[in-house]
Design a protein around this ligand. Structure first.
Ligand SMILES: *Cc1c(COP(=O)(O)O)cnc(C)c1O
Length: 481
């Protein structure tokens, strides 16, 4: 498959069709045949192969380039659709969304202005309205699609800063979030020029939910020190534990303190379409919300949004450029999404969610998320009954944090054994699990987002982990028992 004019236009539409179909075919074959989530290849080995490519000597042949790509990428990629991929918040993707991805990248609309996107702008706006209604944010709600939860959190905190900071030194602003909240909150605070101590970590209870009593004390301390409570960030689905902060209590405390309430529902947003919607009760009080459709809505990366209760708050990111969105265009009622976004040129990621809702329906997405939450509950039962392991909390969503911990072995040795087990499992490629630290001790983590994963898979992976850990402990274990 050789060609000379590679730009997509009226003359090359047939070439586009055959070339992209060939690429899709390679991926489909691969997806159908991978027998483990990862080959376990060492970075040095793959780095050698990538480094050996001479980028100044093109192959000038698409088939040859795809053959090369099989070796450099497809062969050793990490496959999230595999039932034993249990590591991070990566989902198998909904096929209607992939259809959307194919369409949006070829048409290549840019959602900054109406004159670059037309219907794309309207479709995105409908999805923002739809999400805001599911959240219950009220008639003045608005928002915009973003590249991910990190950017959504940054934008939300930017709006909160602007609302809070009129005449206040940035060093006096404080943001309250639970000690289990996402690190992007701290990153956003730094990017926004807040002081080093700006983010106050509020302690969590045993279920890893923010303690409202502790938040009340911190807000009170803030006031007594003459500081300004800029925002409270509640998490609806913490990354490690899936725990959901008590939203109604937190909303009340934030309102009383005059703080902006942001809810980071990057992970928990799938509850909006699940039979467990009630777990998000209280989210309707938020001033802003982060949702990551690319986590619990089974969308390909990137697909996220930031929603706000009051569209007027978005004025803080509105700037006018003569060439793009002059102020007169707003007066003429021309819908320009760039007025609401941190980005300028921006992908039409909303199309993926649109086709997903139009083909599968919201309930179809919710059933998938409910299935993995059910699976996590069953996996907890397995772990809780297994004397080889300790499990930290009963899951609310679909993660499990646990530790190989047979009796009689020191905590430090167990730390090393658990890290070894995760690394050995990954190197074998048989399954992928994550690691994290809880109360200073290394733990293992399953993040379940694949409805095809079974309790049989879970039991088998636990056996593999225990086997690797036991092999590592060797003599230690013999002495202990
Ligand atoms: C994943 C996650 C984020 C960050 O989202 P990205 O899409 O990875 O940028 C923020 N908050 C929580 C709770 C998350 O789980």
């Amino acid at each position: 498959m050789t060609f000379t004019s590679p730009l997509l236009d009226a003359h090359t539409a047939a070439l586009y069709r055959s070339l992209v179909t060939a690429g899709v075919g390679r991926v489909a074959d691969r997806i159908a045949s991978v027998d483990r989530p990862f080959t376990g290849i060492a970075p040095e080995r793959l780095a050698e192969e990538v480094a050996a490519v001479d980028l100044d000597r093109p192959l000038r042949d698409a088939t040859a380039a795809l053959d090369e790509l099989e070796h450099l990428y497809l062969r050793d990629a990490v496959y999230f659709h595999h039932p034993r991929y249990l590591a991070h918040l990566n989902c198998p993707v909904a096929i209607p969304a992939l259809l959307g991805e194919a369409v949006l990248s070829a048409v290549n609309s840019s959602l900054d202005t109406w004159d670059q996107s037309a219907g794309g702008t309207l479709i995105e706006r409908r999805l923002i309205e739809w999400t805001a209604r599911r959240l219950g944010l009220g008639p003045a709600a608005d928002g915009v699609f973003t590249s991910g939860g990190t950017q959504s959190n940054l934008q939300a905190l930017l709006l909160a800063r602007e609302e809070a900071s009129a005449g206040t030194a940035l060093s006096r602003l404080r943001v309250f979030t639970s000690s289990c909240g996402h690190f992007s909150v701290v990153k956003a605070a730094r990017l926004l020029g807040l002081g080093e101590d700006a983010v106050v970590g509020v302690p969590c209870d045993r279920d890893r939910r923010m303690r409202p009593g502790a938040l009340a004390r911190e807000l009170d301390r803030c006031r007594r020190q003459g500081l300004v409570p800029m925002a409270v960030v509640a998490t609806a689905g913490t990354t490690d534990f899936g725990s959901i902060d008590p939203l109604p209590e937190i909303a009340e405390l934030s309102a009383a303190a005059g703080a902006w309430l942001h809810v980071d529902a990057a992970y928990g947003c799938g509850l909006l379409v699940s039979r467990r919607r009630h777990l998000l009760d209280g989210i309707e009080h938020a001033d802003s919300v982060t949702v990551d459709y690319h986590k619990s809505f089974f969308q390909p990366v990137s697909s996220s949004a930031v929603l706000v209760r009051d569209r007027a708050a978005l004025r803080h990111v509105t700037y006018h450029a003569d060439y793009l969105n002059p102020a007169r265009s707003a007066a003429q009622g021309i819908p320009n999404q760039v007025d609401k976004s941190l980005q300028t040129t921006r992908r039409f990621d909303a199309l993926k969610l649109w086709l997903t809702l139009r083909i599968m329906g919201a309930d179809g997405v919710g059933e998938l998320f409910d299935a993995v939450i059910d699976l996590a509950a069953e996996a907890w039962t397995l772990l809780d009954a297994d004397p080889r392991f300790e499990v930290v909390v009963r899951p609310r969503l679909s993660t499990l944090v646990f530790r190989y911990a047979p009796p009689g072995v020191s905590a430090g040795t167990l730390d090393r054994a658990n890290l070894h087990a995760a690394a050995a499992l990954s190197a074998s490629g048989a399954a992928a699990v994550a690691t994290t630290v809880v109360d200073g001790r290394h733990h293992l983590k399953f993040t379940l987002l694949n409805p095809r994963t079974t309790t049989g898979d879970i039991a088998a992976v636990l056996d593999l982990l225990a086997g690797h850990a036991r092999a590592y402990l060797g003599d230690d274990l013999a002495h202990a028992s």
